[in-house]
Design a protein. Structure first.
Length: 96
C-alpha cells in the first residue's frame, strides 16, 4: 500500500511528520451527474385566488397583521392597538 508524508498531532499539542498509510482509494472516481430538476411554472390562477382571499383580521395577532400589511404594501406600527391596525388595513384595502 502507498504511504504519504503527513503531520500527526502529538499528545503534547505539537505536530510531527510521519509516513502514514493512505486512507482514500487511488482509483479514479467518475462524477455523478444528476439530471436538472424540472421546475413547473406557477399557475396564474393560484396567485389570483390567493389575492382574492379575505383575511380574518380578528383571529390574527398584531405581528401577523403587521406581516400581512407588508405583503400588501402597507407599513403598520405595532405600538397601536389591534383594532387600529385592522382599521388601517381595511382603509388601505378599500382605497385600492
Amino acid at each position: 500500500m502507498a504511504k504519504s508524508l503527513d503531520r500527526v498531532l502529538q499528545p503534547d499539542g505539537s505536530y510531527k511528520w510521519e509516513e502514514v498509510d493512505l486512507i482514500h482509494s487511488t482509483k479514479k472516481v467518475e462524477p455523478i451527474i444528476k439530471p436538472e430538476p424540472v421546475v413547473e411554472p406557477v399557475k396564474k390562477e393560484a396567485l389570483e385566488v390567493q389575492k382574492e382571499t379575505i383575511a380574518d383580521f380578528e383571529s390574527m395577532t398584531k405581528s401577523q397583521l403587521e406581516t400581512y400589511g407588508r405583503t400588501i404594501g402597507l407599513e403598520l406600527d405595532k405600538r397601536h392597538n389591534k383594532a387600529e391596525l385592522i382599521a388601517e388595513i381595511q382603509k388601505f384595502t378599500s382605497a385600492n
